[in-house]
Structures are given as structure tokens and as C-alpha cells.
Design a protein around this ligand. Structure first.
Ligand code: NAP
Length: 320
């Protein structure tokens, strides 16, 4: 039997590339720049498995590019960049890498909460620009976390891990919005809000943890931002499309929001122009899962899915 041909669209951690190469005929996009839509479409005819990342747009046109790929093994938990319906229609299975990046992403949500609350970005920029004039009681005064309400939007793996850190580590009170109450909330004494506007109105910090895609597009729009408390903070480690960034920029400019912390944007690597000039927003370049242990675990999880596919077994992390 010919070995499985696997296309890895970006560089993966070395240990994972080696493990893949020991098993199958792999081609890695060693340039590590995003592949073109034409290149991805062509790959559908040349490979058995496509192993993309969030930076690849696997849309209907790409999927229509050929009949050979039978598995799309995504490196990452979010899969809103893949057209699942088009994949299903062609009998292509899709897998992701859930769980292994939960802690890393929750850590980054807390990083953003702390950076926004304590004005860490502003302080660093001031110091590096040579503008720091020394300690004074009124300098870059931010907000405490203890006793403040963290509103978690989407109470899945990362939402819960973020809530746990905020509650146990920083003494925050947790409220959450989900489609149904979650039993895990009890251990954190977390209050369920069935209505998003209610959650927004009572939260000092709002952290987003829903998947991207059509269902959650612009969930945090101008109306939602208006519903947020005066002087509150918005944190987004979910997907850029969940937030209307023009409306967010206006809420930050007017002072209705005290600050925001963002890791994700609608058209990465572009960052909405309106945000770049604002001091009260922390902007990170999609670092949620970026620690060495997690990036390797993500690759090994994708490998486990390819292995199951190669053996004709049930796929551990099938999403379509
Ligand atoms: P998860 O466990 O599936 O959690 C997502 C939660 O969102 C689920 O509990 C789901 O509810 C809920 N949800 C879905 N649609 C909703 C809606 N319309 N309204 C309210 N709640 C809704 O996923 P996860 O592992 O926590 O990951 C969450 C997302 O984080 C990923 O999809 C990805 O986009 C993002 N992410 C970003 C980074 C980064 O680098 N910044 C890293 C990892 C993940 P049910 O339980 O009812 O289904």
C-alpha cells in the first residue's frame, strides 16, 4: 500500500514534524508563509490528508479543488476557517485538537485581563519612549480584580478554565452566558445568565470564549457594547469576528469602556486601523496557544487523528 501523503501547510514543532515524517510521506510548507487559495485547492488533488492551521481559509472553492484529500486534520481547536458543510458534502472528515490548548489560552486571557486592568501596555510604551518621569501616586492607575465580576461568554473548556483562574487566583466573582446552565459552574459559584445583555450589564470584565463563525458573528456589536457597564473591560481570545471592532474603537475612544485586551482579529494579520492609535487597548498577535509544550501537544493530537484515519479507526476529535 502506498504511504499516506500529508500536506502540513505551516512549520510545526520539530518533534511533531519528525514524528509525522517517520510514519508518512509528508510535505511541509517550509517557507512558513500562508499558502495561496490556488495552492490549497491543488493540494486537494495531490494529498490524502491536509493539515492546515487557522491561517488557511479552507473554503468551498478550495475543497472543490480535488477528490483525493479525505481528512482535514486541523492544528488548533477552532475550525471556523473550514467550510464543514462543503467538507461533509464531499465525504471529507475534519478533526481538531481540543483540550490540549485550554490552559495556555486561559493563561493568555488572564494575561490580557491583567494587562488591560493594570495598563501594562501603556506603561511599557511610555517607558521605552523615554517618557517615564518617575513614581507618583496618580501615575497610570488601573483597576483591581478582587471582588470584580468577570462575565464569561461561552462556558466551554477555555471559558471555564479562565473563570477558574480568575475566581481562585484573583478573587473575582464569576457570571456566565451560555445556551444552557453548566453543572461545572457550581464549583466556582458562578451565576448563570440566560440573556447576554444581562451578563454584560453586570460585568466589570467580559471575556469571550465562544467559537467563531456565523452563529457568533458580531455577537458583541454596538448594542452589546452599550449594554456593558461604564468603565468595564472587554477581553477577546475567541475569534475576531465575534466583535464589531469599529463599535469597540468608539466605545474605547469615548471612555465608555475603560479598556480592552485582544488576541484575535477578523482579517488576521491585519489589525483594525481604528484600534492601533488607542492607548487603552492591549493588542496581541494571536498568541493564545503559543507555548512550546502546548504547540507540541497540538501537533501530537493532530497526529493521533491522522493515525486513526490511516488505520481506519474512529477519529478521536472528529468535528465533521
Ligand atoms: P468549547 O469547549 O467548544 O467551548 C465553546 C463554548 O461556546 C461551548 O460551551 C458552547 O456551548 C459555547 N457556544 C457556542 N456557541 C454559542 C453561542 N452562540 N452562544 C453562547 N455560547 C455558545 O471550545 P474551547 O476549547 O473552549 O474553545 C473556544 C474557542 O476559543 C475556539 O472555538 C477558538 O475559536 C478559540 N481559541 C482561540 C485561541 C487563541 O489562540 N486565541 C486558542 C484556542 C481557542 P455548548 O456547550 O452549548 O456547545
Amino acid at each position: 500500500m502506498r504511504p499516506l501523503r500529508v500536506l502540513v501547510t505551516r512549520r510545526w514543532p520539530e518533534a511533531v514534524e519528525c514524528a509525522l515524517g517517520e510514519r508518512w510521506d509528508i510535505v511541509v510548507n517550509r517557507d512558513d508563509t500562508p499558502m495561496t487559495q490556488v495552492g490549497l485547492a491543488k493540494a486537494m488533488e495531490e494529498f490524502d490528508v491536509l493539515a492546515p492551521t487557522v491561517s488557511d481559509r479552507i473554503n468551498e472553492e478550495v475543497i472543490a479543488g480535488g477528490d483525493r484529500v479525505k481528512l482535514i486534520a486541523n492544528y488548533g481547536v477552532g475550525f471556523d476557517h473550514i467550510d464543514l458543510d462543503a467538507a461533509k458534502a464531499k465525504g471529507i472528515a475534519v478533526t481538531n485538537t481540543p483540550g490540549v490548548l485550554t490552559d495556555a489560552t486561559a493563561d493568555l486571557a488572564l494575561t490580557l485581563i491583567l494587562m488591560a486592568a493594570r495598563r501594562a501596555g501603556e506603561g511599557e510604551r511610555e517607558l521605552r519612549a523615554g517618557n517615564w518621569s518617575g513614581w507618583r501616586p496618580t501615575h497610570l492607575v488601573g483597576s483591581a480584580l478582587k471582588g470584580k465580576v468577570l462575565g464569561v461568554v461561552g462556558f466551554g473548556r477555555i471559558g471555564q478554565a479562565t473563570a477558574e483562574r480568575a475566581h481562585r487566583g484573583f478573587g473575582m466573582t464569576i457570571a456566565y452566558f451560555a445556551r444552557e446552565p453548566k453543572p461545572e459552574a457550581e464549583a466556582l459559584n458562578a451565576e448563570y445568565c440566560s440573556d447576554l445583555q444581562d451578563l454584560l450589564a453586570k460585568s466589570d470584565f467580559v471575556s469571550l470564549h465562544v467559537p467563531g463563525g456565523d452563529d457568533t458573528a458580531n455577537l458583541i456589536d454596538a448594542r452589546a457594547l452599550t449594554a456593558m457597564k461604564q468603565g468595564s473591560y472587554l477581553i477577546n481570545t475567541a475569534r475576531g469576528g465575534v466583535v464589531d471592532h469599529d463599535a469597540l474603537a468608539e466605545a474605547l475612544r469615548s471612555g465608555h469602556l475603560a479598556g480592552a485586551g485582544l488576541d484575535v482579529y477578523p482579517r488576521e494579520p491585519q489589525v483594525p486601523e481604528a484600534l492601533l492609535g488607542l492607548e487603552n487597548v492591549v493588542l496581541l498577535p494571536h498568541l493564545g496557544s503559543a507555548n512550546a509544550e502546548t504547540r507540541e501537544a497540538m501537533g501530537m493530537r493532530a497526529l493521533a487523528n491522522i493515525e486513526a484515519f490511516a488505520k481506519g479507526e474512529d477519529l478521536p476529535d472528529r468535528v465533521a
